[in-house]
Design a protein around this ligand. Structure first.
Ligand code: NDP
Length: 407
């Protein structure tokens, strides 16, 4: 029995809205707004065809707090699910505070002019959300999102403390394009070209971007090269699992992707500072985004699987000494496309966004004593979230490994 407003009609927004419509007992009234209303309408048509559910659509520039507050005020949702871009996070949080509405997103706020990947700006909203009795849930995608919930599940059911944590993100999908990113190109390329950072002995250690490479055998995919990089959940995991000695994040990239990216970087096409072109300021990375395939367009051609999970080593809960567990999900691109019309990278983000939204609107996740505030995924009980995730298309498995990772 809840009314929700989703902002952002990209691949992730499309999956979340489809999955909400497939859970009509929880999401009784779904509204979708984005900068380009025709994208909302296309999603609404697909949702209607697949589920019979009608959703309302709107055009909104979510950078405009006043206009967004007005739209939220007119619709009156219980929750705003922000699936636009990280640049809009603070504006949408402001609009939620102005209208007394709960908030959820899947990526931390990013200033446009510098790549930061940090939670500080959004954590600064905690007192305002708390005073208003509102909840903001940050990072309810797969990574960030499920990867943190996986770590908390291991901490609850298997390990008393987590000493070593590695998050392994493998996209074994092939979209048939020479070069494309599987989520928003601007954010993806910002992430990949930023220096790597990992948590070690109480501090973040910075190393050159893509400087550490490791081959790993991924179930359902095969052997892939993965690269250590920074990812925002390392910040919240380090905060909520302070006992960790080391935490790292790895992502797989094929040689062709690395080669294209290296050239683009060498010629300056990944810069995020303005350059003058024909008397006009343009940001090279934004221009590059305009010529690359839209992630949402990759669905029909992408084949293969994603495999994302956590490997954690620590003292076993049952007192049997140090143990290592691997918890993961494998998702098939073609299955994801068949169900929602989107490939698995959008699917593995949109489903957890829907599940996070369900946790909030059903009251399964709320702050201590029902208090509001700004929360990360690590702060809530992992069990109801992971139970629903498994039922909603992202089943997960956990296995004991014989030893910690050898690298
Ligand atoms: P897309 O670029 O496909 O979609 C983003 C959508 O937001 C577009 O429809 C765009 O509209 C809309 N949008 C952009 N700016 C505005 C604005 N000012 N006002 C209103 N709407 C706007 O991205 P994805 O769907 O791939 O990603 C969505 C979000 O999910 C991103 O924040 C991304 O970082 C995050 N993400 C998180 C992951 C996780 O696991 N946690 C993994 C993958 C993505 P238009 O097309 O009209 O410009």
């Amino acid at each position: 029995m809840s009314k929700v407003l989703v902002i952002g009609a990209g691949g992730v927004g499309s999956v979340a809205v489809h999955k909400m419509a497939m859970n009509p007992d929880i999401f009784t009234d779904i509204h979708l707004a984005s900068r380009t209303v025709s994208k909302c309408e296309a999603i609404a048509a697909s949702v209607k065809e697949r589920t019979g559910i009608a959703i309302a659509t709107y055009a909104i520039d979510a950078d405009d707090v006043e206009a967004t507050s007005k739209l939220i005020g007119e619709i009156g949702p219980e929750l705003v699910v922000n699936l636009a871009l990280p640049y809009q996070d603070l504006a949408i949080m402001d609009a939620c505070l102005a209208t007394g509405t709960n908030y959820l997103d899947t990526a931390n706020y990013e200033p446009r002019d510098v790549a930061k990947f940090e939670y500080s700006w959004q954590w600064d909203y905690h007192d305002r959300f708390k005073q208003a009795g509102l909840t903001a849930l940050l990072g309810s995608g797969f990574d960030p999102g499920v990867t943190s919930v996986f770590a908390m599940w291991l901490k609850k059911h298997k390990l008393k403390t987590i000493r070593l944590l590695d998050i392994l993100d493998c996209n074994g999908g092939d979209h048939g394009q020479a070069f494309a990113t599987n989520f928003n190109p601007e954010i993806n390329i910002r992430e990949v070209t930023a220096p790597a950072r990992h948590w070690e002995n109480g501090e973040f250690v910075e190393t050159p971007a893509m400087g550490k490479k490791q081959s790993f055998e991924f179930e359902g995919v095969g052997a892939k090269n993965m690269y250590m990089m920074y990812h925002e959940e390392l910040e919240s995991l380090a905060k909520f699992l302070p006992e960790m000695e080391r935490a790292r994040f790895w992502m797989t990239f094929g040689d062709a992707y690395i080669q294209h990216l290296t050239v683009l970087q060498n010629v300056g096409m990944t810069r995020i500072d303005p350059v003058i072109y024909n008397g006009q300021e343009i940001i090279p990375l934004q221009f590059l985004k305009a010529v690359l395939p839209e992630p949402a367009s990759l669905g029909p051609t992408t084949k293969g699987k994603t495999n994302i999970g956590d490997i954690a080593t620590g003292e076993a809960l049952d007192g049997s000494g140090e143990k290592t567990f691997y918890i993961k999900n494998i998702c098939d691109h073609e299955d994801a496309y068949e169900e929602t019309g989107n490939q698995a990278v959008s699917y593995t983000t949109g489903v957890p966004a829907m599940v996070g939204a369900a946790m909030l609107v059903t009251g399964k996740w709320k702050g201590a004593n029902g208090e509001g505030g700004v929360f990360n995924m690590e702060q809530f009980d992992p069990d109801p979230f992971l139970a629903m995730l498994g039922e909603q298309g992202l089943p997960w498995t956990v296995e004991e490994l014989t030893e910690p990772l050898p690298f």
